[in-house]
Design a protein around this ligand. Structure first.
Ligand code: ADP
Ligand code: MG
Length: 266
């Protein structure tokens, strides 16, 4: 069998000596959209942070492999260079930096690192990106995502609505062309506009080459994005996996009933 693209195996992680992830197993292949759902406090955002290499979390057991390579010891930027994209409600306001400038820096860093790695390995297929190419690429991606040109000249996060923050995030993802995209969509912040941006973005960017891990509390998002696989996380473990029907089942049953069933069989 071929090596899975992204493989999380028996992952345990703690914060301040409190174990949050208690053995997560999850495999995502190229072209697949996976939704990870679960009640508040089940460890979904912790998983996203650990996958990103956030320094506050300590991985005590298990592994995270990307194309067969262990990435646990890698810094967040090294993970990004490999083609892993992690989107959060991160950046705070960065005064005086336009969207275009911020994205150009982010994309140039990743593209140039990939180009250097390819050159070292004797491959030439990844070229460094020039400012002119960047502008062309940004125009192309903004058109694909139906974004207004004026968005590029906005200052980063200054007065951004929930939907605009999501737009910035999705545009960044489009430009970085990741092979594995991890999106943590927290319950707040997702008004109708934001919901639309995220779902249209994922739907137009997902394809044969990209794997997606979409983390969400609400079933609502899955009315717009059709995942191939749905996983339920409860108390730091993936307790159930299935197809899209699992999300619907969850909505009618609720997490409490599911939690009770899982605890009863544990
Ligand atoms: P979810 O995203 O599924 O709502 P989280 O991963 O945010 O869940 O939280 C899982 C558990 O980890 C919760 O019990 C939460 O209180 C705890 N936790 C998360 N972040 C921290 C932190 N920085 N310090 C201490 N405990 C934390
Ligand atoms: Mg969360």
């Amino acid at each position: 069998m071929a090596t899975p693209m992204f493989e999380i195996e028996n992952l345990h992680a703690s914060i301040e000596d409190k174990e949050i992830l208690k053995g997560v197993d999850l495999t995502i292949n190229k072209g697949e959209i996976h939704a990870l759902m679960g009640p508040n406090g089940s460890g979904k955002s912790t998983l996203a942070n650990v996958l990103a290499g956030h320094p506050s979390y300590e991985v005590t057991e298990g592994s995270i492999r990307f194309n067969g390579e262990e990435i646990l010891e890698m810094e967040p930027d090294e993970r990004a260079h490999l083609g892993i994209f992690l989107a959060f409600q991160y950046p705070t306001v960065i005064p005086g930096v336009s969207m275009a400038n911020f994205l150009r820096m982010a994309v140039t860093n990743v593209r140039n690192a990939r180009a250097e790695a390819a050159a070292e390995a004797g491959r030439e297929e990844v070229a460094k990106i020039t400012p002119r190419e960047f502008r062309r690429l940004m125009k192309e991606k903004m058109a694909l995502l139906k974004m207004d040109d004026s968005f590029a000249t906005r200052y980063l996060n200054e007065g951004f609505s929930g939907g605009e923050k999501k737009r910035a995030e999705i545009l960044q993802m489009a430009l970085l062309e990741p092979t594995m995209a991890i999106l943590d969509e927290t319950d707040s912040g997702l008004d109708i506009d934001a919901l639309r941006v995220v779902s249209e973005g994922v739907n137009s960017l997902a394809g044969d080459e990209m794997g997606v891990l979409l983390i969400t509390h609400y079933q609502r998002l899955l009315n717009y994005i059709k995942p191939d696989h749905v996983h339920i996380m409860i108390e730091g473990r993936v307790v159930q996996s299935g197809g899209p029907e699992l999300a619907g089942e969850l909505e009618s049953k609720g997490y409490e009933k599911l939690r009770a069933e899982v605890l009863a069989t544990a």
